[in-house]
Ligand binder design. Sequence first.
Ligand SMILES: C[S@@+](CC[C@H](N)C(=O)[O-])C[C@H]1O[C@@H](n2cnc3c(N)ncnc32)[C@H](O)[C@@H]1O
Length: 259
Amino acid sequence: MGNLTLAPPYTEFGPAFALTEEQTFSETFVLHALKIYGQLTGSKPDTVADVACGAGTACRLFAESARTVYGIDISQQMLNLSERAQRPGGCPVQFRQMDMQCFTVPTSVKLLTCMYDSINFMTTSAAMMSFMKCVYDALELEGVFMFDMYTLRGLAMLWGVGAEIHTNTSDYFVATSSVHDKETQIATKSFFGFTRVGASWRKWQEKHTLRAYSVDLMTEYLRGAGLELLSVWKWNLDASLSRFDDDAYRAFFVVRKAS
Ligand SMILES: C[S@@+](CC[C@H](N)C(=O)[O-])C[C@H]1O[C@@H](n2cnc3c(N)ncnc32)[C@H](O)[C@@H]1O
C-alpha cells in the first residue's frame, strides 16, 4: 500500500462495517440486556446510554421503549450513519461524538451499555480506569452497566489472528490481517480497503488495536470505580449466554453502581 496515510479507526471502515450482518450482534445484545435488566429490576430502562454506539443499531432498539437514549462514539463517520437508526415511534436518540475515556451524559441513566468488544479498545490500564470512572458518573444509583469483551483466549485465537476478506460488495472491498502479542495481550488488525467513488476506487488503510483483560483484572477495575460485578457470562458463538468458563472467547458482564 506504499505510504498511504492511516485513517483513524471506523472512519473509512465505518460504512462497510455498518453494511454487514455484524449489526445483528447489537440486536442480540439488546435482547439479552433488556431481559437481564427486567430480571434485576422488574422494569424496562427508561433512560439509556450506549457507549461506542457505532451506527446506532442498539440505540434505535432502546429508543422503542425508553424516553431518553444517548449514543456516544468517537467516530463522526459512524455517527453520521446512525441517522438511519432513527425510527418513527421511538424517542429521538441524542448522538454525541466523544472519546469513551472521558465521556459524559447530560443526565444520569438507568442502563449503560458498551457492546461488540468496544471496551477492548481501551488498551491501557489508565484508559480502562478512566472509562470506568465515566461509567460510574453517568449511572444513577443502582443503575446497571452491561458490556461484552473479548477474553484473553478470544483475542488470541479469534480476533487477533489470521487474514480474511471482510467485505466484498459493489461499493466496498475490505481485507484484513491480524497479529497478536501474547506478552501485552494486545492485537492489531490492519484493514486494507477500497471504496467505490463513481467509476473508480479509492484505496485506504486503517489499523484497529484491541487489548484483552482477565475477568479478575476487570473486576478490580470495576471495584476501583465503585462498580459492583453482579455476574459474568460466557457469550457463546451462537450468541447465547451460559455459565462463564475458561473456554470462553467472549465475556458478558453485568454490573451495578453500588449504593
Ligand atoms: C466493533 S464497533 C461496535 C459498534 C456498535 N457498538 C455495534 O455493536 O455495532 C466499535 C465502535 O467503538 C468505537 N470506538 C472505538 N474507540 C472509541 C473511543 N475511544 N471512544 C468512543 N468510541 C470508540 C468505534 O468508533 C466503533 O464505532
